[in-house]
Design a protein around this ligand. Structure first.
Ligand SMILES: Cc1cc2nc3c(=O)[nH]c(=O)nc-3n(C[C@H](O)[C@H](O)[C@H](O)COP(=O)(O)OP(=O)(O)OC[C@H]3O[C@@H](n4cnc5c(N)ncnc54)[C@H](O)[C@@H]3O)c2cc1C
Length: 460
């Protein structure tokens, strides 16, 4: 049997795999991308329905690395990012019976009812507090030590809910938030470190990083389609099943089912971009201990509901959205005001909200039936947005049983095992959101870095 030879096989056509394929499009390399689903994009998908344009998975990303800005420049011909205006900086936190604005400066920081006076004063001493000495310290311990409990409950906890659907007592900053961890380790303080970093000389690439939120005109699926088109659709195989990789001499054999037949290709390099839980099936040549270590990663279960109203009867929605601290004991994690900061998401006078439920600490909610979820959303939105009634014109529920990986204490062993396996099998890269961060920007940066390394190795 003739075995087709590729320079690179990428497994998974989510944002990571697509970005990598995009960067290698003109490299002269023969690249094959294998995807289990019938479309590219992984968890990213936009839908249009009844006059609403809504996301099923992630809603927005951040241009927090120069690589993100560079990607958008490079794929200009294929799609246009949308950067909302500054009103998106307004964010709300639920406390007691109302939404409170998250402070954005010194004055609002002093007057906000979110944090206690004791902690506000204590913050003045933050630059002078000793740096932590335990690499495995959890985020809640770190924040209580440096900033105080009210900052943990009403700033950090909702942030972790919004990004990870997670629990600060599980997240280890050294692995999950390395920038924050390094601020303390390198500069001795979050505040002082952030100020000093601002003044440091930046490379041309670093200068392109901003705090901007991004989406794409028409939704994030246009980012996906742009990457897919630029990466050459003929390189992709969709609906592949039972993908397996085995080392073979200096390279690899990759087996998979496609269109009813078992297929085999040879590859000099393989990059996986799949979830940690998918690795044991793909790498069945590794020892059970290594597979256990690679896949030892907990994911938050999340429900995302797109809720659209053709006629919004609540208060004017302005800003990015609101998050609900765990301590407030409510049944939603938060709601993003999608139509308030992105164009054409809802009909005029209407509103589109993205409501999140579940997460690491509320698995009970994930297991509720769709009818119960709708009732939960009704109860919470009516109460929290003062709605006279609840008759949404759009209500679409998507469940993610493995939504967001939680980088906890086990991360060290996972990262070490990845390194060990990659060293033993040169040409193999284990990528995706099991390392290097979970946000879309992290996925883009990881793919850009790997593309750079692969191009360099290929040229040598
Ligand atoms: C509900 C939700 C909300 C989120 N919200 C945000 C947000 O607002 N902002 C943000 O920045 N990030 C958000 N994220 C995180 C972000 O979306 C993801 O980290 C990112 O999109 C993951 O991209 P990926 O390519 O690494 O993985 P995925 O999108 O999971 O792609 C992996 C691909 O691999 C395929 N695959 C798996 N196994 C195989 C196999 N054996 N063979 C072939 N293919 C296989 C899968 O089908 C999938 O298409 C959210 C995630 C979720 C789930």
């Amino acid at each position: 049997m003739h075995t087709q030879q590729y320079d690179l096989v990428i497994i998974g056509a989510g944002l990571t795999g697509l970005t990598l394929a995009h960067y290698l499009r003109n490299s002269g390399m023969n690249v094959l991308i294998l995807e289990k689903k019938d479309r590219p994009g992984g968890v990213i998908h936009t839908r249009q329905e009844k006059g609403f344009t809504y996301e099923e998975g992630p809603n927005t990303g951040m241009v927090k690395y120069g690589e993100v800005a560079e990607l958008f420049e490079a794929m200009k011909a294929y799609g246009e990012p949308y950067i909302p205006d500054d009103s998106v900086k307004k964010r709300f936190i639920w406390k007691g019976r109302r939404w409170e604005a998250l402070p954005s400066g010194l004055v609002s920081g002093l007057t906000t009812p979110l944090f206690t006076w004791k902690d506000k004063f204590r913050l003045l001493g933050e630059p002078f507090r000793k740096a932590g000495r335990h690499r495995e310290e959890t985020l809640d311990q770190m924040v209580k030590r440096r900033m105080g409990r009210s900052f943990l409950n009403y700033a950090v906890d909702p942030f972790i809910l919004g990004v990870y659907a997670g629990d600060p007592s599980m997240i280890v900053p050294a692995y999950a938030l390395p920038r924050l961890y390094n601020l303390e380790q390198n500069y001795g303080s979050f505040i002082g470190g952030a100020l000093r970093k601002k003044m440091e000389k930046k490379s041309a690439l670093e200068q392109k990083a901003t705090k901007d939120v991004f989406s794409f005109r028409g939704g994030l699926y246009n980012l996906i389609q742009g990457l897919y088109r630029s990466a050459s659709p003929e390189r992709f195989r969709f609906n592949v099943e039972d993908t397996r990789v085995t080392p073979d001499g200096e390279g690899f054999q990759v087996h998979f089912n496609h269109q009813g037949t078992r297929q085999q290709v040879a590859a000099s390099r393989v990059v996986t971009t799949v979830g940690a839980y998918d690795l044991p099936d793909i790498f069945d040549f590794l020892s059970q201990q290594e597979l256990d270590r690679l896949s030892n990663l907990q994911y938050a279960r999340v429900i995302h509901a797109a809720v659209g109203f053709k006629q919004w009867k609540g208060p004017e929605l302005e800003g990015f959205g609101g998050l609900v601290p765990h301590i407030e004991n409510r049944d939603i994690l938060g709601a993003l005001f999608m139509s308030a900061f992105l164009p054409d998401r809802a009909p005029d006078n209407g509103a589109l909200l993205s409501v999140f439920l579940g997460g690491i600490r509320r698995e009970d909610i994930y297991h509720r039936s769709d009818d119960q979820i709708i009732e939960t959303i009704r109860k919470e939105l009516v109460d929290m947005f003062n709605l006279p009634d609840f008759n949404p014109d759009l209500l679409r529920i998507n469940r993610y049983s493995k939504a967001i990986p939680q980088y906890g204490k086990e991360s060290k062993t996972r990262f070490q095992t990845i390194q060990k396996v990659e060293n033993r099998y040169p040409g193999l890269t284990i990528a995706g959101n099991l390392r290097d961060g979970i946000g879309m920007a992290d996925r883009i940066k990881q793919a850009a870095d790997i593309a750079g390394q692969i191009k360099q190795n290929h040229a040598n």
